[in-house]
Design a protein around this ligand. Sequence first.
Ligand code: TUI
Length: 313
Amino acid sequence: MKTAITELLNIEYPIFQGGMAWVAEHHLAAAVSNAGGLGILASGGAPCEHVREEIRKTKALTDRPFGVNVMLMNPEVDAIAHMLVEEGVQVVTTGAGSPEKYFPLWKEAGIKIIPVVASVALARRMEKFGCDAVIAEGCESGGHIGEATTMTLVPQVVRAVNIPVIAAGGIGDGHGVAAAFMLGAEGVQVGTRFLVADESQIHENYKERVIKAKDIDSQVTGRSTGHPIRVLRNPMTRTYLKMEAEGASFEELEVMTLGSLRRAVVEGDVKGGSLMAGQIAGLIDKRQSCKEIIEEMMTEAVDVMTAAAKRFQ
Ligand code: TUI
């Protein structure tokens, strides 16, 4: 399947694996790239040198294109931005802010820049600065989210810009891929389904919670602090949301969440950890390799699009 995104990045399938903090490390990213998608390493809140090592380990596992996600709230973001150039990274995605100050540096190095946006305004601004594509991420996504849904954000971004748009948020099977294309996207980004991939290194307990999750099992913490984060409900979210409703300060709430994603991913603490996951977790019911996930999603997408074309012709 050829789209503006497969052509731009020289990849086989228009599927990105989201750059999930603590989750998207070299085994996962390389497996996705080797399967024909775009694997993406996360920087999250990691130190620059750790991300550099991850890039080198990914290169050892794949010759295919892969990307690095820069989480713009990372305290070492400036160092990371320069390190990506030193390491010859070809594709950068960004999240949780505007990457405009790094555009000259990255463009000079020939890096493809694909920011994640949660609004039309930021999409327009990114296009003006010269990015190659944008990822329009709806609030069905796990982790740090904006306000608009994927269904409403994607067509509005598609209409507003002249660069390819990748849809993210709530896409977990071929029906979701087909829907994204119908909204005008040229590719999709998938996070939650890759959490449970065989190559995903997260703790078994976390995978089990994703597989058992039902449609309404995620909650958004931190709306009052301006840092809304979608996670699966657990005792931590119950306490957090209770404190938040009682008007707890940003500092009090921050103390609760500090290190909570690491506790979930590394220690498998499903009670006190942050089980970041999207609303599509309810649809995800099996463990597969990245290759199986990508091939199944693409086959299903083509099948449903073909069936729909026949029905409506
Ligand atoms: O970045 C994400 N998702 C993330 S990052 C993350 S790590 C983290 N942990 C704790 C606290 C904060 C982050 C977990 N999940 N998705 C991309 C995304 N970007 N979603 C929303 C945005 C966004 C929001 C506002 C991008 C830009 C923005 O405003 C920028 C501006 O200057 O207008």
